[in-house]
Design a protein around this ligand. Sequence first.
Ligand SMILES: *Cc1c(COP(=O)(O)O)cnc(C)c1O
Length: 373
Amino acid sequence: MPTLTIDTSALKHNIDLVQKLAKNAAVIAVLKNNGYGLGLLPFASVLQDRGICYFAVTDLSDAVALRNSGITGRILLLTPLYEFKDILTAMQNDIELCITSTACARAAEDAATYLNRVAVPAQLCIDSGFGRYGFLPNESEKIRDTVNTMSHIHICGIFSHLHASACKNANCVRRQYTAFNTLCETLAAEGLSLGMRHISSSSSLLRFPDMNLDAVRIGSAFLGRLAVSDTAGFREVCHLEARITDIHTLPSGHNVGYGNSYRLKHPAITAVTDAGYCHGLGMKHSHFPGNHGCPILYILRKFRQLLTTRAPFARYQNRKLPVLGQICMNSTILDATGCHLQVGETVSFPVNPVYVDSRVKRNYLSSKTEPTC
Ligand SMILES: *Cc1c(COP(=O)(O)O)cnc(C)c1O
């Protein structure tokens, strides 16, 4: 089984950089999906050591795990809860609730009444254009009525999520931002106390610093994996270390891998590794699923993606070893010609940790040159 290696000093560098870019806004660390694959608890612990004291997750179980592991700061749930026992669990663990609808608010109010709690913290979620969760920007009356019927819940924040912060055209982002701000102003003018306002995440932190508001919710920037060009100097944080399971000598013209898709153009010494696509190799998220968009645009984007995708490789010492043929489920074949690689040695692959099977061990390399702060 390969190992996911995390360069703790690069991670700390990125955390510091996010804090610098956030300026006066609070930093909320988003830790969905096992902390973007870095491992929920070890990642949270590095963040907390580095001065981050506000976290957000999408699963109640993750929120509870953070509490139980000694995270003392605020924890915000980014998704609604409707089940009575889930809401009780959240309240008993001091988790900030996410109110996305009147029904959701009522469920929270009922649970708080049952527990005889007052001032249970919750944040209003606004759908300013994403189409996923929250009240719509033109529902100020509904929001006001909903908030006014809650006597045990305290609204400590209001937030929305941008859907196109990585897209070239900034119009959608500006529209969402304006819709969100206008709603907040309307509610505030009606005397509603809203607490902290936030809409920005990693891409917008770099591109639209004027949208920082009271807080920024950051995930991918901590990993140095941005969907926009990196103008700030984030560092790559992790790679997958795989073991060489066999060395093989093949003649020119021999097939490599599934699908009859690769034939050697020269005699080669190949190295087989124990990492494959179930460990995240070759996995890439597309922002353009294209099933509802313009088909021509979709084809053009796919074509551009094909041209700009780098050929996969592994690093061995200072060399790049090309991947031959298709990546298999849990093995990958490398061209190791001319490089004295041995069975049992390790090579490292660049990888998006989100796709790395959670059974793969996360290994945080301690940094020897600990910067002082
Ligand atoms: C994932 C997520 C974020 C963080 O996004 P990044 O681009 O990874 O920084 C922020 N807010 C919400 C609601 C999210 O789902």
